[in-house]
Design a protein around this ligand. Structure first.
Ligand code: FAD
Ligand code: NAD
Length: 480
């Protein structure tokens, strides 16, 4: 038996949605348990979910290592640095990545301990009447009760029938974060976030990478100009991105995989020594909801919640990837915090229109708020202003001057409605736009602010100035 069996709050899932909710609840004075079943490769229980173990953090660790290697090989000459003979030791790279994971996951254990959150390692299942069945690893199931329950069970990779996962030849994102050698020729199915990030990692390390995308448009949810510029930059780096290609079949042939896809009515066949399937993720509720628990899911498997993440069953909430909305760690964390604060009587809301999304290619691609397309469809009058990094002194000094910042504001009120960036440090720059949107700021507000010089953020300032045709370091569309 675990020490206690009744809690103010039980959270099932210790990914960024669940563990953050658990810590916030403990900070609010609640008596909290957080159940998670994740086991690492040595079969030890670990906290942190997808994000820390096989998602955000390991992918960024590999992106950073591979970018350093790429820069040494391709961007050192002009600086007078002779480093072309650099070599990559994949084993050391992976050890570094694993160390970071270990440091961060044990950090969450420490935070749980410090905040008196009870971690329960094993499987949780929601029963009826605010009860949870908890089965410890190698243990007997016991029934716990709680005043409130949060389901934060996350998501898993989607698979496609014509190309099933096969040992380490056809892998999902988790497999692609753990290759022991650099593939010679790697196929990536899906030109989405994971395909572009992990495709970039292995391309920079020397693999020939072919990205096969079913849709005819590149990053269709992104601002069209930013998507076009991003495609140009990434293709220029050697990623072979093929759009409008539907995989129809595959065959394992010794140590290689033959992938057959259809493009423009023609059948094309390609041979790879590794294939990464990155065609999206689906909500994970396997075994989480007992038949009589009453919680409803939709046709795609997402737990149905309202705008405050409440399910149809009183006192049961769901947050993170397992509910509607973008599958992003920060979205899940903020949902967890919102739910807890509402439980303790506060009234926070989450502005789903202001959630930044970032693709960590180099340069990074980032967006927040509305696109031109969305505003056009909604009949909202808008204006745009953009600034290329090629005109930024900081970007040129850093030898990192691809891309642009584009801001969108309401044509009449001047209120900032969206920001779209491909360029150096876009991940951090986009947060400045998010703050402007959240504070209901105008383009003029941004123009009146003082930005440090020389900084990448001056490009945000100049894009705001460009919205008023007052940019200093580019020729404006019309000058008054
Ligand atoms: P998860 O992190 O999936 O956690 C769910 C937890 O629930 C798991 O620990 C699981 O063990 C546990 N669980 C499930 N069922 C049970 C059960 N019955 N009993 C007990 N425990 C259970 N997002 C970003 O914002 N930025 C990024 O840079 C980024 N990079 C990514 C890179 C990759 C390769 C991948 C795959 C994802 C990335 N994501 C990124 C997405 C991000 O990882 C997810 O949005 C985030 O982890 C979702 O958090 P969550 O807490 O909802 O679910
Ligand atoms: P995604 O939705 O970003 O991209 C999947 C891509 O695969 C799409 O372009 C889709 O059209 C394509 N596709 C679907 N079926 C296909 C098929 N049969 N053949 C070829 N292409 C096909 O999904 P993802 O890249 O797998 O990422 C999953 C989730 O993880 C995303 O929702 C994302 O939010 C999250 N994530 C976020 C980050 C980040 O924030 N930096 C990084 C990685 C993952």
């Amino acid at each position: 038996m675990s020490q206690k069996s009744h809690f103010d709050l039980i959270v099932i899932g210790a990914g960024p949605a669940g563990y953050v909710a658990a810590i916030r609840a403990a900070l609010c004075g609640l008596n909290v348990a957080c159940i998670d079943k994740w086991l690492d490769s040595d079969n030890n229980p670990v906290l942190g979910g997808t994000c820390l173990n096989v998602g955000c953090i390991p992918s960024k660790a590999l992106l950073d290592t591979s970018q350093r290697f790429y820069d040494l090989q391709h961007h050192s000459d002009a600086h007078g640095i002779k480093a072309q003979s650099a070599q990559i030791d994949v084993h050391t790279m992976m050890e570094r990545k694993n160390k970071i994971i270990q440091q961060l996951t044990s950090g969450i254990s420490g935070l749980f301990k410090g905040n008196k959150v009870s971690p329960l390692f094993g499987t949780g299942q929601l029963l009826a009447d605010k009860k949870v069945a908890f089965t410890p690893h190698n243990g007997k199931t016991e029934t716990l009760t709680a005043e409130h329950i949060i389901l934060a069970t996350g998501s898993v990779p989607t698979q496609i029938p014509p190309l099933p996962i096969h040992d380490d030849l056809v892998v999902d994102s988790t497999g692609a974060l753990a290759f022991d050698t650099v593939p010679k020729r790697m196929g990536v199915i899906g030109a989405g976030v994971i395909g572009l990030e992990l495709g970039s990692v292995w391309k920079r390390l020397g693999a020939e990478v072919v990205v096969i995308e079913a849709l005819p448009d590149f990053l269709p949810a992104m601002d069209k100009q930013i998507a076009k510029e991003s495609l140009k930059i990434l293709s220029g780096q050697g990623l072979d991105i093929r759009l409008g290609c539907k995989v129809t079949s595959s065959k394992i042939d010794g140590d290689t995989v033959v992938v057959v896809y259809e493009n423009d009515g023609k059948e094309v066949s390609e041979t790879f020594d590794r294939v990464v399937v990155a065609v999206g993720r689906r909500p994970y509720t396997h075994g989480v909801l007992a038949d009589d628990c009453g919680v409803k899911t939709d046709e795609c498997g997402f737990i149905i919640v309202d705008e405050y993440c409440a399910t149809n069953v009183p006192h049961v909430y769901a947050v993170g990837d397992v509910v509607r909305g973008p599958m992003l760690a920060h979205k899940g964390s903020e949902e967890g915090i919102m739910v807890v604060e509402r439980i303790v009587g506060k009234q926070p809301t989450l502005n789903y229109d202001c959630i930044p999304s970032i693709i960590y290619t180099h340069p990074e691609i980032a967006a927040v708020g509305k696109t031109e397309h969305e505003l056009k469809s909604a009949g909202v009058p808008y204006k745009t202003g953009s600034f290329p990094f090629a005109a930024s002194g900081r970007a040129l000094a850093a030898d990192d001057a691809h891309g642009l910042v584009k801001l969108i504001a309401h044509a009449e009120t001047d209120r900032i409605l969206g920001g779209h960036i491909v360029g150096p440090n876009a991940a951090d720059l986009i947060q400045q736009v998010a703050i402007a949107i959240e504070f209901q700021g105008s383009a003029e507000d941004l123009t009146l602010m003082v930005f440090g010089h020389p900084t990448f953020s001056e490009a945000v300032h100049e894009a705001a100035l460009a919205l008023h045709n007052h940019a200093i370091h580019i020729i404006n569309r019309k000058t008054k």
